[in-house]
Structures are given as C-alpha cells and as structure tokens.
Write a protein that binds this ligand. Structure first.
Ligand SMILES: [Mn+2]
Length: 194
C-alpha cells in the first residue's frame, strides 16, 4: 500500500468580544491513522465552552475509528446538556471517513469541490445514527472540516492558493477571511500528497 503524506492543522477562535470559545478542535495523528474532530457547543461563552471542552476530553480519552459508534457514545455521555454539533474525520490508508451529528461541514477540494454528507441532529439532545461517508483520497486533495461560524461561500470563490500554505496557516487564513464575527469559528485543514 502506498503511503500518503498528510499535513493537518486547525484553528479555532471565539465570537468577537468573548474570551471563552464555544467551539473546540481535536487532532490526533499516529503511525497509520489520522483522527480529527470539530465541536460546536450550542450558544456562546462559558456555557458553550464547558460543553465543547467536555466533549473534547471524552473524545481524546475514548476515540476509535468507528465514527458512528463514537458519536453515539459521545451523545450518551452528553445527555442532559444543552447540546452540540460534532463532526469527526478519520484517514485510514488512502480513504477519508466522515460523520457528524449537527451542523459541521466536511469538504474535499481539488479540481472539483465535494461536500460530504452531514447528519441532522443535536449531540446530547437529539441523537440519530450518524451516517458515515467515505472517499478515496487523491494527490493534492485538501480536506476542510469546519463549524457553522465559517461562511461556506469561501469554497465558491477563486481561492486557489491552498498549496502555498501549511494546513495550519491555511486554517487561520480561511477563518480570518470567512469566519463570522457573530459566532465561534473553527476549521481543520488536511493536505494530501501522494
Ligand atoms: Mn456555531
């Protein structure tokens, strides 16, 4: 099996005027698996921060590669909370897997621009079985996973400079330009080289 090169980085920041971030991101890379998650606690400020940090802690201690089951386990762990959106991506060999509960978007950008399926719901409140979609990865694919504080229209613009930056800088640039000042905003970027 050929080995792909993965450059992953993320950026998250709170709504304008707020110190506590209701969004959170989690990235874990080891030998043959890349795992990443974007969390959007409902509302803003301290209550949203508590929720998203609790989810991040649970995921960092319990993560595995069965995305649908992990989302279900996290939902159970968060029952009784105000709720959150959670999106999880994994890369195993040459394949991206993505599942979510709530409004987290995952796109793969190359010559084309593909949005993977999200599952409607609210983690901790309205649980549903998260559908997991998969996609074979190609050279120069850029995966972008982000919360609803990022205006999706960036993908329609002629923003072709992805390859000039590391994933971390890219995430920061997109949030700076397309993040809403009226919401917490997070984005994880993954650049694939074969
Ligand atoms: Mn939000």
């Amino acid at each position: 099996m050929e080995k792909i090169k993965i450059d992953i980085g993320g950026y998250t920041r709170p709504i304008a005027g707020e110190k506590k971030n209701g969004d959170a991101i989690f990235i874990h890379q080891q030998e043959d698996i890349c795992f990443f998650a974007v969390i959007d606690g409902i509302g803003h400020g301290a209550p949203a921060f508590e929720i998203s940090q609790k989810i991040k802690a649970f995921i960092s201690q319990n993560f595995h590669t069965d995305i649908s089951r992990l989302i279900q386990e996290t939902h159970q762990h968060m029952l009784g909370s105000e709720g959150a959106a959670l999106g999880i991506g994994t890369i195993l060999h040459n394949t991206l897997y993505f599942g979510s509960l709530g409004n987290i978007t995952c796109r793969v950008i190359n010559d084309g621009n593909v949005t993977l399926l999200s599952t409607d719901g609210l983690l901790g409140v309205r649980g549903r079985t998260a559908k997991v979609s998969s996609r074979n990865l190609h050279d120069e694919d850029v995966i972008l996973m982000y919360s609803d504080g990022v205006d999706s229209s960036f993908a329609n613009e002629k923003f072709k400079n992805y390859h000039l930056f590391s994933s971390e800088i890219l995430a920061k640039k997109i949030i700076k330009q397309w993040g809403s000042i009226f919401d917490d905003a997070s984005l994880i970027a993954v650049k694939i080289r074969k």
